[in-house]
Design a protein. Structure first.
Length: 399
């Protein structure tokens, strides 16, 4: 199979449009496979899509088949677009959209009554409705004022109070069905994103510390290495922003959803406390400061000089152990059950870190009597490592 894939890639090389299509097809295939294999964003998206389609079909069955309403188009249209990412957003947008649809239907009907011509009615109503659509109270639903007017006038139905009432009534029916389907059929709960982003933040923090430790011990310490560490710290900041966004989504997704329905959905029922966000925000800040200090020390045109010799190797070993603890925390946040470590191994690790810390303190005292620039850098690096150690290693918080 690998040989076939490699052959196809070779054939497609140099054909950018075809290659782009191939890559998109592969991405779609990965998404389908992920949705089939287990819970995740892909499956959540598939469920929401099917719920939206189901809500539209229910609305059409009631309005178009059962009630045989000639203006039944409004109900499935509204139901379709109101199956949103959270129940709260569905309810909020239902109110906004219903108001927008009422405004569009009334304005279009009034314009048609005045002009008695579809084209003239569109010319009269659309400019006004597009200005109204920009009202902040409508949010993203403001455009439905104008699209409703287009639907109303394009249908060719004669203007009457009954026709306007039918349109508004169908919009209300679609809104009720869309919100009800979203609220009572596998309501969307966005707690998994918090767990995943928090665990990813811990894992990536460990990756950055491992990278720094490996470069300090195995390669020449230069500006290029420092640039890589700085880039890793910047990725941590972006991951922290993603965590903040996921936390906001999780709060909203829990509004207007009941406990029994959450359990039926088999979605995560809890997330780590927000103190964890603050904790890893401190870790991210300390890693950013650490990499910035290293970048400054690596700059040949700056006064601070990097430490060197055995003390640098000790510092790298300390960062490696802290990075290992970050990876352990990442697994814990994902609920992974790591094999229990013998008490002796845990005590040995703590003893190793204590010993490294003691040796680094001695190295700092030795540098203090030799060169002030290197002492300043080493002292700053040691302080940042101590801050990381305090956040991660001694007393990790439990869920």
């Amino acid at each position: 199979m690998t040989a076939v894939t490699s052959t196809v890639r070779e054939v497609l090389r140099g054909r950018r449009p075809v290659t782009a299509v191939w890559r998109e097809a592969c991405a779609v295939g990965r998404s389908v496979r992920a949705a089939w294999q287990g819970p995740g964003r892909e499956r959540d998206l598939a469920v929401q899509s099917l719920k939206a389609a189901g809500a539209a079909l229910i609305a059409w069955a009631i309005a178009g088949v059962w009630l045989n309403d000639p203006m039944a188009l409004m109900a499935p249209w509204v139901a379709l677009v109101l199956v949103q990412a959270t129940v709260y957003s569905s309810v909020r947008q239902a109110g906004q959209q219903f108001t927008a649809i009422c405004a569009g239907a009334l304005m279009a009907s009034a314009a048609q009554a005045i002009t008695n011509d579809i084209t003239a009615a569109l010319a009269l109503s659309l400019p006004v409705l597009m200005l109204i659509a920009n009202w902040s109270r409508f949010g993203q639903q403001g455009v439905y004022t104008a699209t409703t007017a287009v639907f109303v006038l394009a249908s060719g139905t004669a203007v009457s109070a009954s026709a306007v009432g039918h349109r508004v009534g169908q919009a209300a029916l679609g809104a009720v069905i869309g919100v009800a389907v979203n609220a009572f059929v596998l309501p969307p709960i966005h707690l998994r994103d918090v767990n995943e982003n928090l665990a990813a933040l811990a894992r990536e923090a460990g990756d950055v510390l491992h990278s720094v430790a490996a470069d300090l011990r195995e390669t020449e310490w230069d500006a290029q290495s420092a640039a890589g560490w700085t880039s890793g710290a910047a990725r941590l900041q972006r991951r922290l922003e993603a965590l903040e966004s996921a936390r906001a989504w999780s709060r909203e997704s829990l509004r207007l959803t009941s406990g029994p329905l959450r359990k039926l959905h088999r979605a995560p029922t809890s997330v780590p406390p927000e103190d964890e966000d603050q904790r890893w925000s401190h870790v991210t800040g300390n890693i950013t400061a650490l990499t910035r200090t290293l970048a400054v020390a690596a700059d040949e045109h700056r006064t601070p000089a990097p430490p060197e010799g055995p003390v640098l190797d000790l510092y790298a070993r300390l960062l490696k152990l802290i990075g290992d603890s970050c990876h352990t925390e990442s697994g814990r946040l994902l609920g992974e059950t790591a094999p229990p470590r013998p008490e002796e191994a845990t005590e040995e690790t703590e003893a190793t870190m204590e010993e490294l810390h003691r040796l680094l303190q001695e190295g700092l005292r030795e540098h203090a009597g030799q060169e002030a620039a290197r002492t300043a850098v080493l002292g700053t690096l040691l302080l940042q490592a101590e801050n990381l150690w305090a956040e991660i290693v001694p007393e990790p918080q439990q869920q």
